[in-house]
Design a protein around this ligand. Structure first.
Ligand code: ZN
Ligand code: ZN
Length: 405
């Protein structure tokens, strides 16, 4: 059973590299698996050394978190509660815990519980901050005359293409619209390379539609992936944590790439952690938006709040968090999402990263239910930290249309 699962995982994770070989010989799998386990052990031991340094750095909470990089092992989180996921983590997850997603087979029930609305995009008014949830981590944020898309994924399946077929997590709720239905998009922010956040077909379609008018803000070491998809190199802005760049064509709007506690990979064995991950701050002349991406809870969010807050809006993940012993380092639960909301000093937050792909083991409707409980405990209103229906929009502008900076 375990060997079957390891074979399947490696087959899926190696993706395009195996397109010419439908069957992976068991000896190859064993060798690669052994190498992966040794690699992850070595990585962990290297990290433990780095952790000591990080703790010293983080002892002074005002020092911004810095992501370490080594050519051999890629990037590593500097946070003390980080634990690197490895093959054993996955084996433990799949053998020890019960999947309680309980997705209904009847589509009518899904349509009733998680309706997908057709978005009605409004023209971007300079005094408004408006968010539309397209699904999972894909949102359209319209503020200060700029339309920003976060982690655009419009495909049915999040995973690698094998022999022309995309294999991976199939979405159980469709995207609220297609790329062709979007208003003009000026900027796209990408949190990291995982398939549920970075989809080659969606990038291709957005590039085909908007060409030189769309700017891609991407984590360090991902630029070549985007130029490989056909994006113009002048339009791809690769950034490190705490780096800032002005948005071309929109004076007064800048973007900052900020930390998150996560990891990256599109084929695990070959490119694990070779590209950076993180969160984004969009700072306009009147408003500010924070996109937390995909993250475990870490002290960096307080630093982000101190440096760039308060934010008019934050988009914070609330799903894919059970079982906690497996998911905690990389995915916040709703209570921790509320902590991030407070740490970054968000006036309003929207819960994302739920209701679309079944990535973890919680009941599929549990994220908003647990968010409600966490908000009640902190006496925060559901208007302050809300969830949207797929395709639903909300204008979160302050009354005078101004951020209180
Ligand atoms: Zn991820
Ligand atoms: Zn994710």
């Amino acid at each position: 059973m375990i060997w079957w699962w390891i074979r399947r995982t490696l087959y899926l994770s190696l993706g395009r590299n195996l397109t010419r070989k439908r069957v992976v010989p068991i000896t190859t799998v064993a060798t690669v698996t052994a190498a992966a386990v040794i690699a992850s052990k070595k990585f962990d031991s290297e990290n433990s050394g780095q952790d000591k340094q990080s703790k010293e750095v983080m002892a002074d909470n005002s020092t911004p978190s810095v992501c370490k990089y080594s050519k051999m092992w890629g990037f590593s989180n500097p946070f003390e509660n980080w634990r690197e996921p490895n093959l054993m983590t996955v084996v433990k997850w799949k053998t020890k815990y019960t999947n309680e997603t309980n997705l209904p087979e009847d589509k009518k029930i899904l349509d009733e519980k998680l309706p997908v609305l057709t978005p009605s995009f409004k023209p971007n008014a300079h005094n408004d901050v408006c968010v539309t949830w397209i699904g999972h981590a894909t949102t359209l944020v319209q503020m200060d005359g700029v339309n920003i898309l976060t982690d655009p994924v419009f495909s049915d399946t999040a995973g690698p293409s094998i022999c022309g077929t995309v294999v991976g997590d199939k979405r159980y709720r469709p995207p609220a619209c297609k790329v062709g239905d979007l208003p003009d998009i000026h900027a796209v922010v990408i949190s990291h390379s995982h398939y549920d956040h970075l989809d080659s077909q969606s990038v291709h379609d957005l590039h085909e539609r908007f060409k030189e008018n769309i700017h891609w803000f991407v984590p360090k070491n991902l630029k070549s992936w985007f130029t490989g998809c056909g994006c113009r190199k002048e339009n791809v802005h690769e950034m490190d944590w705490w780096e800032e760049k002005d948005m071309p064509g929109h004076p007064g709007v800048k973007l900052a790439f900020t930390p998150a506690q996560h990891w990256s990979a599109r084929n695990i064995v070959l490119d694990k952690n070779k590209t950076l991950w993180g969160s984004w701050c969009v700072i306009g002349p009147k408003h500010r938006f924070h996109f937390a991406g995909d993250t475990g809870y870490c002290e960096a969010f307080k630093q982000i709040g101190e440096k760039y807050g308060p934010f008019d809006l934050a988009a914070i993940p609330i799903g894919a968090y059970l079982p906690r012993p497996i998911m905690e380092p990389q995915h916040v639960d709703p209570a921790q999402a509320v902590l991030i909301h407070q740490d970054v000093q968000a006036k309003k937050s929207v819960g994302i990263h739920w209701g679309t792909f079944a990535l973890a083991y919680e009941y599929y409707l549990q994220p908003p239910q647990d968010l409600k409980k966490a908000l009640e405990e902190k006496q925060i209103s559901e208007e302050e930290f809300f969830v949207l229906k797929h395709g639903e929009s909300r204008n979160v502008s302050t009354e005078d249309g101004q951020s209180k900076l």
